[in-house]
Design a protein around this ligand. Sequence first.
Ligand code: UT7
Length: 329
Amino acid sequence: MVIAKISSVGCWVPPKLLTNQDLEKIVDTNDAWIEERTGIKQRHIASPEVATSDMAYEAAKICLVNRGIKATEIEAIILCTVTPDMMFPSTACLVQDKLGAKGAWGFDLVAACSGFVYGLSTAAQLIRAGCHQKVLVIGSDKMSSIINYQDRNTCILFGDGAGAFLIEAGTEEDGGFLGFHNEIDGSGGDFLKMPAGGSRMPATAETVAQNLHYVHQEGQQVFKYAVRKMYEVTRDLLEKNGLTAADVKLFVPHQANRRIITAVAERLGMPLERVVINIDQYGNTTAATIPLATRDAIEDGRLKKGDLVVFASVGAGFTIGATLWRWSY
Ligand code: UT7
């Protein structure tokens, strides 16, 4: 069996910050509420001329430089996003061209906050099946492009950013991919969505006037579901692999709300020293939270070759996923 390993990580966030204090001037909210209820202190916001593909390109470039390979060596690009530059062509195509990844194929993967976790399990299968040697998984979202900055329920939560992992064929000594557990549950679709802009409700002056091209969320419903399902898929994935939370060196959850993360960790019996939380710095960047959290853990010296790491998420759809790796470098 070919081993699929993570061989490089690269991330990029726009420099401009939107702090809780900035939001206090826009909507009826306050720093103390946001920090207590979400754990968020600030988010990075892209300038108007920067699109999802631009952030994805920057993250991918760093990822390739860190590994010391050329873009022409990439065989496939899985671009996870809910904020594509446009409906089509895919953002994967735009990034392939910008990078100069000549000869690669690829596609956009739409799974909201679980996009990156789904991208990892998909890339791992392409490598394990022997189809490819090098697959780039990118999570990039310009959430600020679909947020209503008059709606205090949602505008405090999200930020912009991008991150990429290079998934490569490796050998047994490299460690690498060990398993995944993904689910979808469309019965929860109404709790978190952008209602208009698709074939069900194409863009009209009325849909724009009614704010239907923005994120709409029933926060408490999503919160409860996220805690239960992120715990369940992680527990089940560990059980399937004959492991317990005690074996996991680092738990890297999607960053939607600090309270969701700590509740899941508590249920898993995972001490917070082994959980990555960086939501205070970036907010919820949707498909980019997991690479950003991983990058920060590497920079903090929290992830070493041979460590067992779990990436887990719940997102709009609902989409749910967890994937288990032995860290390879
Ligand atoms: O990425 C995956 C998808 N997203 C998530 O996982 C997010 C899941 N949900 C959440 O993180 C939380 O539900 C929120 C952070 C969105 C909301 O927190 P909550 O503790 O569930 O608050 P709530 O919606 O129950 O609201 C509590 C109170 C309400 O006031 P009343 O009715 O008690 O008087 C809200 O109007 O807080 C009020 N409120 C705010 N106050 C100040 C809601 N938003 C704000 C705000 N600032 N921004």
